[in-house]
Design a binder for this molecule. Structure first.
Ligand code: PEP
Ligand code: MG
Length: 587
């Protein structure tokens, strides 16, 4: 495989999904289009101008389609934002000046259009008028779109161009990028940015595709078609590995496969600790793609169905009927075990193209339940689909990003409204059989847990967000990923308080954040008394093994000790030592 002319280079990042992978690189360029600049022959000017006309027409069609989509899902008012984009396409100053520039300077149309629109962007940026400043976004958006069309979407700006087995190398991947990846041909993922709790990492773990994030400059060091070896256990990327490196990793891979074999022999055994306590292990899923894992692992249920995954995959809102079909399929596959439907957690970095607004701090903005309450029609459509599907299995509904009891009450009012409506329409489902719960992932919800638990049946702690909000550490910002500390005493105390307070009200507590799937950290959660762990399919077998080889009494001792240190680093050392003792002789 190795090209002997190329030197082996090693890059270190954060391991996001375990495993070894080897394939050629596929480089994805996304952020900036590379605008070519060249001059054309005088007799080709008309041809150049018709290329421009065609691109404007094609862009108009793209925007018209988006408007139709939004009008259907969100209503006419929301679609109005795109009218401004259509106006940019008709702006005679912008278009006419570009045409003139092509005629006079004989520069290619991409260069001319880019120059002219940059001039307008700079002009509007300098005017002290909020309305005109807004136009900058419209012009930028339309310029990007027209240039994308002219350049045939640029080189490798979309994964659809990846046709054989490759390791994807990108600066960054948004949740909707990740959701649209074809994991049948994807052998690994490397990104310059990102963190272990970013959506890309979560999906990669769920699908057992090795991934390394936060590599900072992988896209500079790796060229298209370089041979790549990924060590997803250590976060190591080896570019153009030597023969000796390949042999070393072949031996390592054989060893790892035998470890996985040991875990998988107990994967479907009961989740009982050495002292005979049941610790249910549930799955986190994104959609019907995970049905094979549900059938294979036979978990105690689905503790987190990230329903927004359905929207991110298609980059659009999905009708009630389509949602109903997919929810029913998952309920059938769960075979009577509970399926926890988390209502759409849109916002933050999970946006689809129809959400055409910008937020300065999206993670603190219109996210999760806030989005659903602002757009009740979208929310009610989803609730209708879930309630109708509930006849196919054991259904639970959970709201994301609850920050206080008022949001929970408001969501429940809409839920009741939808239940009444469905009953009036003659749908047969049992409204009493559906329990409702909240994600506890915002510190204000944790601090008022005793009030919240009076109004719900269960809670599930979303440690991914809870840690980011508690410690003020953006979960997707690789520059501060060392500050994202699950063992921080503030995190441990919050987990303890939420668990104890919920139990005092007879409300069950699950953890569905990534902490639950980390074999070093899961022991502490068990020791703190959480009732269930909900984890990605790729981590399931190892956590099941852990649960079956520890006693709850030991886990409680470890949790006490951890709480006593008041120090993240010392806590981690205690937990790591415990993990090493349990897995001694295996790993
Ligand atoms: C969490 O925040 O821990 C969680 C499970 O939700 P998500 O990762 O989808 O934000
Ligand atoms: Mg969350």
């Amino acid at each position: 495989m190795q090209d002997s002319n190329k030197e082996e280079v090693r890059l270190k990042g954060i391991p996001a999904s375990a495993g070894i992978a080897q394939a050629k690189a596929f480089l994805l360029f996304k952020k900036e289009l590379d605008i070519p600049t060249y001059q054309i022959e005088p007799e080709k000017i008309d041809e150049e101008l018709s290329r421009f006309d065609e691109a404007l027409l094609k862009t108009r069609q793209q925007i018209t389609n988006i408007i139709a989509d939004i009008t259907e899902s969100l209503g006419e008012d929301e679609a109005k934002i795109f009218d401004a984009h259509l106006l940019v396409l008709e702006d005679m100053a912008l278009i006419g000046e570009t045409q003139n520039m092509v005629r006079q300077t004989r520069y290619n149309v991409e260069h001319a259009f880019n120059q002219v629109s940059q001039k307008y962007i700079a002009f509007f940026n300098h005017i002290d008028d909020e309305y005109l400043k807004e136009r900058v976004y419209d012009i930028k958006d339309v310029t990007r779109r027209v240039l994308g069309v002219l350049l045939g979407d640029g080189e490798n700006t979309h994964f659809s161009k990846m046709y054989d087995q490759r390791i994807l190398v990108a600066e960054d991947l948004s949740p909707s990028d990740t959701a649209s990846l074809d994991f049948r041909i994807l052998k690994g993922i490397l990104t310059d940015s990102g963190s272990v709790t970013s959506h890309t990492a979560i999906i990669a773990r769920s699908l057992r595709v090795p991934a390394i994030v936060s590599l900072h400059n992988a896209t500079d060091h790796i060229s298209a078609d370089d041979d790549i070896l990924i060590d997803g256990y250590e976060g190591l990327v080896i570019v153009n590995p030597t023969q000796a490196t390949l042999e070393e990793y072949r031996a390592f891979q054989i060893k790892r496969e035998s470890v996985d074999q040991i875990f998988s022999t107990e994967a479907t055994a009961p989740a009982l600790s050495l002292d005979d306590k049941k610790i249910p292990i549930l799955l986190n899923i994104e959609g019907t793609n995970d049905i094979d894992s549900i059938r294979q692992l036979q978990p105690d249920g689905i503790g987190l169905f990230r329903t927004e995954g359905i929207l991110l995959r298609d980059n659009r809102f999905v009708s009630e009927e389509e949602q109903y079909a997919q929810y029913s399929e998952v309920l059938e596959a769960a075979d009577g075990k509970p399926v926890t439907f988390r209502t759409f957690d849109l916002g933050g970095d999970k946006v689809i193209s129809t959400q055409n607004y910008r937020e300065v701090n999206p993670f603190m903005g219109l996210r999760g339940i806030r989005y659903s309450l602002k757009y009740p029609d979208i929310f009610k459509t989803q609730l209708r689909a879930i309630l109708r599907a509930s006849v196919h299995g054991n259904t639970k509904i959970m709201y994301p990003m609850i920050s206080g009891v008022n949001e929970l009450q408001a969501a429940n009012v809409l839920l009741q409204e939808v239940k009444n409506q469905l009953q009036d329409q003659g749908y047969s489902f049992d409204p009493e059989a559906i329990s409702t719960g909240c994600m506890i992932e915002v510190p204000s919800a944790a601090a008022t847990i005793d009030i919240i638990t009076q109004e719900c049946d269960f809670v599930s702690i979303g440690t991914n967000d809870l840690i980011q909000y508690l410690l003020a550490v953006d979960r997707v910002n690789d520059m501060i990923s060392d500050l994202y500390e699950p063992c921080h005493p503030a995190v441990l105390r919050t987990l303890r308080d939420v668990t104890d307070s919920s139990h005092a009200q007879n409300v069950s507590v699950s953890v569905c954040g990534e902490m639950a799937g980390d074999p070093i950290l899961a022991t502490m959660l068990i020791g703190l008394g959480v009732d269930e762990l909900s984890i990605s399919p790729g981590l399931y077998a190892e956590i099941k093994y852990l649960v079956r080889h520890i006693s709850v009494a030991d886990a409680q001792r470890i949790a006490e000790e951890s709480l006593g240190t008041g120090d993240a680093f010392r806590t981690y050392r205690i937990l790591k030592q415990f993990y090493t003792d349990i897995f001694k002789g295996i790993i």
